[in-house]
Design a protein around this ligand. Structure first.
Ligand SMILES: *Cc1c(COP(=O)(O)O)cnc(C)c1O
Length: 368
């Protein structure tokens, strides 16, 4: 068996030790004689697993007692609708910062339910920078400020939460949760799809401050209603037991690595190594403002240009093919952005980044 270094942006790589432990338990989980894939979500064993997963997650992020944690079996983007449905009445508004493709989609979805406001739109500048808060077009009646902590496709990340004084911050942390230390009390609501940095797809974690759970509308579908997740402790419907089980293992793994701070130090090292190798080369480039470069997703491109970009396109194709032959997988950029992209989630060891950087230098020697 050969495992590769998987630089995919989502689903992201999982630590091998977690996959092995799941394989070990697959046919008979905790002496139940059943697989985790078959067991009832109402069984005592599963309820214990869910409680422990929540406890470990709370421990890792030091989540205060006045915040609820929901395990929602839905894609991350279901939150694009659930947030306005639960936090806004039909005639209320909120401020949205559009700093990449994910926040743009979140805004468009929210707009179906409430007249939300674009406070900042970085699309005209191709999402390379984040303008200063003084320039934002804030709405005086906004109920929250929405933003995407790390734009996975564009590779642009807020190094610290945006300043918004009095408003609750609502943040999409799908591709950055548990990659760096955060202070949960800076936020009103945090959500993260699991498949980037936690577990397989199908699960989204929501952390929400109690006082924001006021029922704003009468007609929310129950499966979209935060109150329902609160009342039923995330067990109203049959949840994605498998993803929760894998998330529980990931939380234990992170604790064993020394927690979020220890991983943040490693993540900074990994990103630094890759950005340094891009910056010192005339062959590759990354065009995100250095203050906002993502720690988790690093897009990079070839400087080669000609009339119709054929040279860069040819190099990209070659790079992807040759990288795959030396065990560096999924380095293709997102279709909307092109180029190459390396995702450096928690499960990516520094050795993987070292292998990528050394391959990049070799590729440059041969084609640069
Ligand atoms: C991947 C991603 C999403 C969408 O995830 P789905 O589960 O496919 O809906 C949303 N936001 C960010 C920041 C992402 O990286």
């Amino acid at each position: 068996m050969t495992r590769v270094y998987n630089f995919g942006a989502g689903p992201g790589a999982l630590p091998q030790i977690i996959l092995e432990s799941a394989r070990e338990e697959l046919l008979d989980w905790q002496q139940t004689g059943m697989s985790i894939l078959e067991i009832s979500h109402r069984s005592a064993e599963f309820e214990q697993l869910l409680a422990e997963a929540e406890q470990d997650f709370r421990h890792l992020l030091a989540i205060p007692a006045h915040y609820r944690v929901f395990f929602i079996s839905a894609p991350a983007r279901a939150q694009f609708a659930m947030i306005p449905l639960n936090l806004l009445a039909a005639d209320e508004t909120a401020d949205y910062l559009i700093t990449g493709i994910w926040s743009k989609l979140a805004y468009a979805e929210a707009r179906k339910f409430s007249p939300v406001n674009i406070a900042l739109d970085e699309e005209p500048r191709n999402y390379r920078n984040i303008a200063a808060p003084e320039t934002w077009q804030r709405h005086p009646q906004a109920k929250y400020l929405y933003y995407t902590a790390n734009e996975t496709i564009n590779g642009i990340e807020f190094p610290v939460p945006p300043s918004c004084a009095e408003l609750p911050l609502v943040v999409d942390m799908t591709s950055s949760i548990l990659s760096r230390k955060i202070n949960v009390q800076d936020y009103g609501l945090i959500f993260a799809g699991a498949q980037k940095n936690i577990a397989p797809a199908g699960l989204t974690l929501v952390i929400v401050r109690d006082d924001l759970l006021t029922m704003k509308r009468a007609n929310i579908p129950l499966t979209y209603d935060y109150q329902c997740f609160k009342d039923y402790k995330s067990l109203y419907y049959t949840p994605c037991v498998w993803s929760i089980y894998m998330a529980a293992k990931m939380f234990k793994w992170i604790i064993a690595q020394g927690g979020v701070l220890a991983l943040e130090a490693l993540n900074r090292q990994k990103a630094q190594l890759l950005y340094a190798s891009i910056d010192q080369s005339d062959f590759y480039y990354n065009n995100i403002d250095k203050n906002y470069r993502s720690l988790m997703n690093v897009p990079f491109f070839f400087t080669a240009t000609d009339a119709d970009n054929t040279e860069a396109t040819k190099l990209q194709k070659l790079f992807i093919e040759e990288a795959a032959t030396v065990g560096l997988a999924a380095v293709k950029g997102h279709n909307l952005v092109g180029g190459l992209r390396a995702s450096l989630y928690n499960a990516m060891p520094i050795a993987g980044v070292e292998a990528l950087v050394s391959f990049m230098a070799d590729f440059e020697r041969r084609y640069g």
